[in-house]
Design a binder for this molecule. Sequence first.
Ligand SMILES: [Zn+2]
Length: 222
Amino acid sequence: MFIGHYGVGLALKKADKRISLGLLFFAVSFIDLLHFILVLIGIESVEIVPGFTKWIPLTGNNPISHGLTGMIAWSFLAYAAVIIYGKIKKEDSVSSRKTAMIISLGIFSHFICDVIVHAPDLPLIGYDSIKLGFGLWNYPVISNALELGMFFTGLIIYYKSTTGDGFTAKYGLIILGIGLIVFNILIGIIPPLENVKITYLNMLVLYTAIIAAAEWLDRKRI
Ligand SMILES: [Zn+2]
């Protein structure tokens, strides 16, 4: 899934406005960022299999990032990291626990979103375990309607939960959203590069830029 993840990130802002949108976008896309890095350093792999799903022709061995057990572990680790950070910063333990819960929920939401659209290639645990995935990417009209619906719902929740004056505060996220929608369509239409590592390097840069843009735009609103 691509743009649907950001819908979850936008919606989570309502749960606690102290958490920046950049951090929420980082949480919901953390599993993909990790996957890109693990592929680039040769620990996980990905290959182009034409027709693997009608929308996205990529599949791979990705148990550390995209395995169910892996994603549960990353969610717990993130929870612990936020709690430790809160203790170092001497933050109130109730609000620290709330932040930790929202961040780890954001990370785990990645699995729920991905398992809906992926054809079975999300391992339960380890390379050779059962692979999960309901394969909605084989029905691109439905999968895109779902992803765009999630994004718009998240965007509405975000705008209702925050406020801001000025052009950037009012329209910045809408402009970013239009860019994300265009990219969401392009990734299904343009075939991936033969060299998947170059594609992933570009994706790593793009995902990081999206997080940075969300962080900057979020600071314009309160
Ligand atoms: Zn993913």
